[in-house]
Ligand binder design. Structure first.
Ligand SMILES: C[S@@+](CC[C@H](N)C(=O)[O-])C[C@H]1O[C@@H](n2cnc3c(N)ncnc32)[C@H](O)[C@@H]1O
Length: 370
C-alpha cells in the first residue's frame, strides 16, 4: 500500500498486443493497421519533404533521431521507419547544400512501447538495415503519456493506431456510486455521464502525450499521428467496431452466466479505449499551443468499404484485446471468450451496411520555433 492505495493502482497500466509470432500474435494479425500505414505512405513522404526545413541549423545534420511511439512488435513499425528514412535521404538528395551528404546519413531509431511489450520479438525480426550500420536501433520502454526522451532530442516522431488507448479507464465509470457507472464495456456515446468521463480522460491523456512530444522534439521537428476517431456527431455504438465491442461484452455476460467468470468481474470491466470525435482531437492539439497543425485530414482506410470476414475480425480483436482482457479476467478466459465470440459472429454477423463509418485521420504537426 502507498498513500492508502494499493500500489498496483499507482503504476501505469499496460495492455500489450499479443507477442511472439504464433497464430494469434500481433505480427500475424495486424493487417488492418498495416493497410492504414500503407494508405498514408505517400502523404507522409510528401509531408516530410515539404515540411522538413534543412535550411535551419538544427536540420543541417548528418544524423537523425526518429522515434515510433507505441511500436508494438512489428512489422508495421519497420515499414513506418523505412519510409521516414528513405524520405529524409531523398530530401537531402534534393537539397542543393546537403546533396553531398545523403549517402553518409546515419539514423538513430527508437522503438517505444510499454515495458511489457514483446521487444525480444521486435529485435529478432528487425530488418536488414540494422546490419548495414547506417541505422542504429534501440528500444525505449515506458508510457508515451510521459517523457521518454531528453528535451530537444528528437527530429521526427511517429505514432499509429495507439493514442486511442487511454492510460486507464476513467475513474467515474469504475465507481459504482457514480452517475457514470455503467454496464457496457466501452464508451458507446449513449449515456452522457459516461461519454463525459471518457472524454475527460482522453483530454488528460492526449494533452499529456502532446506536451511530452513538445518537450522532446527539436524546434522544427515533425510529429506524424495516424489513427482512428469518429466523425463529429457519430456515436461509437453505431460503428462496426462499437458493435464488435458490444458482442465481446455479450460473450463475457454469457460466460458469467455459465460460471466461468463472475458478474462482478464483467460489470467492473471497462475498455481503456476511446475514439474521440474529430473536433475533440483537434481541440486538444490546439490547446497545447507548441505545434502548428500542418496537416489534419481524413484519409480513407483501404478496407473501409470491405465486408471483413468473421475470421479476420476475430483474430484481429484477439491479438489486440488479449492483454487487457487477460489482465482483468486472468489467463484462462481468452480461448473460451474468442471461441464464443467467433460462434456469435457467425450466427449474427456485423451488418456493415447498417453501421455508420468511423474515420481514419492523418496528422502532421511541426514543433514551433520560438
Ligand atoms: C494497436 S497497437 C499499434 C502498433 C503499431 N503502431 C501499428 O500501427 O501497428 C497499439 C500499441 O500502443 C501501445 N501503447 C498503448 N498505450 C501506450 C502507452 N501509454 N505508452 C506506450 N505505448 C502504448 C500498445 O502497447 C500497443 O503496442
Amino acid at each position: 500500500m502507498a498513500n492508502g492505495k494499493p500500489v498496483s493502482t499507482l503504476l501505469q497500466s499496460s495492455y500489450p498486443m499479443m507477442g511472439g509470432d504464433g497464430p494469434h500474435s500481433y505480427i500475424r494479425n495486424s493487417t488492418y493497421q498495416k493497410a492504414a500505414i500503407e494508405s498514408v505512405k505517400t502523404s507522409a513522404k510528401k509531408a516530410i519533404l515539404a515540411k522538413l526545413d534543412l535550411k535551419t541549423s538544427i536540420f543541417n545534420l548528418s544524423s537523425y533521431r526518429i522515434a515510433d511511439f507505441g511500436c508494438s512488435v512489428g512489422p508495421n513499425t519497420f515499414d513506418v521507419i523505412e519510409n521516414i528514412i528513405e524520405t529524409i535521404k531523398l530530401k537531402h538528395q534534393q537539397d542543393e547544400t546537403n546533396r553531398n551528404n545523403h549517402e553518409n546519413l546515419e539514423f538513430h531509431v527508437f522503438f517505444n512501447d510499454q515495458s511489457d511489450n514483446d521487444f525480444n520479438t521486435l529485435f529478432k525480426t528487425l530488418p536488414r538495415y540494422h546490419i548495414d550500420r547506417e541505422v542504429f536501433a534501440c528500444g525505449v520502454p515506458g508510457s508515451f503519456f510521459g517523457r521518454v526522451f531528453p528535451r530537444n532530442s528528437l527530429h521526427i516522431g511517429h505514432t499509429s493506431y495507439s493514442i486511442h488507448w487511454l492510460s486507464e479507464a476513467p475513474e467515474d465509470v469504475c465507481n459504482q456510486n457514480s452517475q457514470a457507472w455503467k454496464k457496457n464495456i466501452q464508451c458507446t456515446n449513449l449515456v452522457e455521464e459516461v461519454t463525459e468521463a471518457y472524454k475527460k480522460q482522453f483530454k488528460k491523456d492526449m494533452g499529456a502525450f502532446i506536451e511530452a512530444r513538445a518537450q522532446e522534439l527539436v524546434p522544427g521537428g515533425l510529429m506524424i499521428i495516424l489513427g482512428l476517431c469518429l466523425p463529429d456527431g457519430v456515436q461509437m455504438i453505431r460503428t462496426w467496431k462499437g458493435v464488435v465491442h458490444e458482442m465481446i461484452r455479450d460473450c463475457l455476460v454469457d460466460m458469467a452466466k455459465s460460471g466461468i467468470t463472475s458478474v462482478e468481474k464483467v460489470e467492473s470491466f471497462n475498455l481503456p479505449v476511446y475514439f474521440p470525435q474529430f473536433s475533440e482531437l483537434k481541440e486538444v492539439i490546439e490547446q497545447n499551443g507548441c505545434f502548428t497543425i500542418e496537416i489534419m485530414e481524413e484519409v480513407k482506410h483501404p478496407m473501409e468499404d470491405m465486408l471483413l470476414s468473421n475470421d479476420f475480425i476475430t483474430s484481429s480483436y484477439r491479438a489486440i484485446f488479449h492483454g487487457v482482457i487477460e489482465e482483468h479476467f486472468g489467463g484462462g478466459v481468452i480461448d473460451e471468450l474468442f471461441d464464443r465470440f467467433a460462434k456469435k459472429l457467425n450466427k449474427d454477423p456485423v451488418d456493415f451496411f447498417k453501421c455508420q463509418k468511423d474515420m481514419q485521420y492523418f496528422i502532421l504537426l511541426k514543433r514551433k520555433i520560438y
